[in-house]
Design a binder for this molecule. Structure first.
Ligand SMILES: [Zn+2]
Ligand SMILES: [Zn+2]
Length: 365
């Protein structure tokens, strides 16, 4: 039995309970968790935005160490440090074969994957086939990306979701070039990753927007040239910063209809607006038919930052290794499993940056 954070039903407060791990299959790995980031999608699974099967072990952004290897796995050993990968492409479906592995059909189906049991024998689900808010988990071999030596467990965890999504949105989806203007709405783990990527791409101006004035210092330290508090007049203010045009690329990292509309209105004629945040099924974004024609902007969903984790995580590792990428400033709080509900409260209030859950994993270096 291991401790895990389980959501028992929608709209309920998740609790830390003892769970029985899934049986290790021939193609599986048993992982001791080292660190796990608290992502907005974890909260979304408890408040009705995303509807997994319950009860579910939450958590999907994590690093750990391999504790046990299934009999059919021959390319990874006990003791290896890994990033857990909730978006592992199958390499066989139409999307994978047509160079869009972030839209893989397998990834669509993993929101809640059966695995393990509660102490009373009730079958459990693992969020996104990972279930990272637990001392240990069992995942398929394809559910991890091996790490090179020297990557700290906390930043390794962030690579599993926030960095793939936020960095990828700028680098892969938008392919932001030097000198292009960028606006980023919502400075959580994903928005801040996008900000770092925009700075590294040489973008400017980089306008960072949030509802919390306390995020200004971090935003500026990470490369924002301007920081604005969210309000309805933002598109006008942003045009004032971009020779009256609007930005080349707007990234909405919140998932609310109002912010999506404001981000869209902040892009220039012919500019692009990427919806990176995960919104609710029952909320609609209304755009004027005339504006859609006149402004000739692109409005695009942005799944996983158009990332291929097997390609991109090793690239981020080499950037960290060479000193060109520092993800530590994205982490504002550290906690244990019992503190995750407090992290959810901070997210609801728009406070703090990434919270990382730390485990005492033996052997993560
Ligand atoms: Zn996530
Ligand atoms: Zn696929």
């Amino acid at each position: 039995m291991v401790k895990a954070l389980v959501a028992h039903e929608p709209e309920s407060k998740p609790e830390v309970v003892e769970v029985e791990l899934p049986v290790l299959g021939p193609g599986d790995l048993r992982i001791g968790l080292a660190a796990a980031g608290v992502c907005h999608s974890d909260l979304s699974m408890t408040n009705g935005t995303v509807t997994p099967k319950f009860p579910v072990v939450l958590g999907h952004e994590a690093s750990g160490v391999v504790l046990e290897v299934g009999s059919a796995v021959d390319d990874i050993e006990v003791g290896a440090p890994v990033v857990l990968n909730w978006a592992a492409p199958c390499r066989r479906c139409w999307f994978c074969l047509n160079a869009q592995p972030w839209l893989c059909r397998r990834v669509e189906k993993t929101v809640s994957t059966p695995g393990g049991k509660l102490a009373d024998g009730t079958p459990l689900n693992l969020a996104l086939a990972v279930g990272a808010f637990a001392e240990e988990t069992v995942v398929p071999r394809w559910g991890v990306v091996p790490l090179p030596p020297g990557i700290p467990a906390d930043v390794a965890a962030l690579m599993g979701c926030a960095v793939l999504t936020g960095f990828g949105a700028v680098r892969n989806s938008a392919q932001v070039r030097s000198g292009e203007s960028v606006a980023i709405f919502g400075l959580g783990g994903i928005g801040l990753s996008a900000l770092v990527a925009a700075r590294m791409a040489g973008a400017g101006p980089i306008v960072a927007i949030d509802i919390n004035p306390e995020k200004e210092a971090t935003a500026r330290a990470l490369g924002a040239t301007d920081f604005l508090l969210y309000d309805d007049s933002l598109p006008k203010t942003i045009r004032g910063l971009t020779e009256r045009r609007g930005v080349d690329h707007a990234f909405e990292c919140v998932g609310r209809p109002e912010t999506i509309h404001t981000a869209w209105s902040s892009a220039r004629r012919g500019g692009k607006c990427f919806v990176v945040g995960v919104g609710r099924r029952d909320q609609a974004v209304e755009i004027s038919a005339l504006e859609l024609y006149h402004y000739a902007r692109e409005l695009s969903g942005c799944a996983l930052g158009s990332s291929d984790p097997d390609r991109d995580i090793p690239m981020y590792c080499s950037m960290i290794g060479s000193g060109s990428l520092d993800l530590q400033p994205l982490i504002s709080h550290r906690t244990d499993l019992d503190g995750i509900n407090d992290a959810f409260d901070r997210m609801r209030a728009g406070e703090g940056l990434r919270t990382v859950v730390e485990f005492d994993a033996e052997g993560f270096r």
